[in-house]
Design a protein around this ligand. Structure first.
Ligand SMILES: Cc1ncc(COP(=O)(O)O)c(C=O)c1O
Length: 409
């Protein structure tokens, strides 16, 4: 008898209770409030300072177009094939050379290409964090790191961050008693605060890390976006193989390509490679080759210069608008680079609640509390200054000023 096609479906009346099947780890996964806020922020009449988005009009679209055509024409078969987990060799070499210019001595075997730095954070969690391990972060710190690591169930010890970066006295007190697996540090134009760890504190950090034998993870997506002041040495330059260094093309080229890199001692790269193999085999060959082509064309220097010019102007515009519109009792950081500014309101203001009024008034920000491992910091908020056009910055800050004045009374 000939088989029927398509076959008769097998009829059952079973409904799987999928919610009961999730593993315990899933309990640690919460939807990022930023994603929820972005839904509102994307409404056409809302001026959003919420997302960490670069200025899209600066994306080098023509260069991507040319590089893509060139790669496919000259090496298309390789570009569309599976490739090594470690990353595309020529790009690793170019990155090693580039890092060398910043004083970071490294070779291609010390580099792993990842799907953005976000993947690097997850891989580090996989290879380093056992349940109950203590890890040290800033308080506040990058939300994406908290999200990536919470599923591995560490105990997160948050160290206060002020206008000069992480506070070293508090760090030493924690190192004395906690024996953490690592310290996670955002030295340049901190997300969310926009502040930079001073040279003095960098030296102290390295001294403490050496004294207590605690390794460091240095996350540096914004280091190349300094529009004011002087560059400071990366922590990895001061403390070499005791530091795992992360960076990304997200802010100097485009976040949509999802391309970041880790610099670490070879044995760590090998472990991360094993962890990455089980996740995605490798980062897109095509994207790595296109990016390598762009890097080779030598446009990055002029391109980052232009990004810095635009972001510097926008930061300046935002601060002058804040001086004009924000009421007394509200203070803010004055970043010398990066994408973010940090606002402190009087203690009695709950910025989570303030956000609702702000959205009603068609302006959005991220309440600072989401960046605190212990969910404190209710009277703080983060503003992004890179994404909105100048006229929107002026209007958005005026709206936020009205919301703040009403709340503070
Ligand atoms: C401190 C920090 N680390 C990592 C990331 C993730 O960057 P990527 O786009 O490379 O995944 C971000 C993105 O905003 C960030 O601010």
């Amino acid at each position: 008898m000939e088989a029927k096609f398509p076959p008769e479906p097998v009829m059952t009346d079973v409904t799987t209770a999928w919610d009961d099947k999730f593993c315990d780890r899933c309990k640690m996964m919460s939807s990022s409030i930023i994603r929820e806020i972005l839904k509102f922020a994307q409404m056409p009449d809302v001026i959003s300072f919420a997302g960490g988005l670069p200025a899209p009009e600066l994306f080098p679209i023509r260069e991507f177009e040319e590089a893509c055509a060139h790669v496919l024409k000259t090496d298309g078969q390789r570009a569309l094939q599976y490739s090594m987990t470690e990353g595309y060799g020529p790009l690793k070499e170019a990155l090693a050379e580039r890092m060398g210019k910043y004083g970071v001595t490294t070779g291609p075997n010390n580099i792993l290409l990842t799907n953005g730095s976000q993947q690097a954070l997850d891989l580090l969690g996989r290879v380093f964090i056992d349940p109950g391990d203590v890890i040290v972060t800033g308080k506040p710190t990058y939300l994406g790191a908290l999200q990536a690591w919470k599923v591995y169930r560490p105990r997160i010890v948050g160290i206060p961050v002020d206008d000069e970066g992480m506070q070293m006295d508090a760090l030493e007190a924690a190192l004395k008693t906690e024996n953490p697996k690592f310290i996670y540090i955002l030295p340049n134009f901190h997300n969310p605060m926009g502040v930079t760890l001073t040279l003095e504190r960098r030296k102290k950090l390295v001294e403490l890390a050496a004294k207590y034998g605690t390794p460091l993870i240095e996350d540096d997506p914004y280091g190349e976006l300094r529009f004011e002041g002087k560059d400071l040495p990366p922590i990895v330059v001061l403390h070499r193989e005791n530091v795992i260094y992360l960076s990304t093309f997200s802010k100097i080229l485009a976040p949509g390509i999802r391309l970041g890199w880790v610099v670490a001692p070879e044995n760590i790269v090998r472990k991360l490679v094993l962890a990455k193999q089980g996740t995605d085999l490798h980062t897109s060959t095509l994207i790595q080759m296109i990016t390598h082509d762009i890097v080779k064309r030598g446009i990055l220097k002029a391109h980052t210069k232009e990004i810095k010019r635009v972001y510097g102007e926008r930061r300046h515009l935002m601060t002058t608008s804040m001086e004009e519109h924000f009421p007394e009792g509200v203070t803010w950081t004055k970043p010398e680079g990066g994408l973010f500014m940090w606002v402190r309101t009087p203690e009695h203001i709950n910025c989570m609640e303030l956000l609702e009024t702000a959205i009603e008034n068609k302006v959005a920000f991220v309440p600072g509390t989401v960046f605190y491992p212990d969910e404190t910091g209710l009277n703080t908020l983060r503003l992004n200054f890179s994404n909105a056009q100048p006229d929107k910055i002026i209007e958005g800050i005026a709206r936020l000023g009205r919301v703040l004045r009403e709340a503070i009374g």
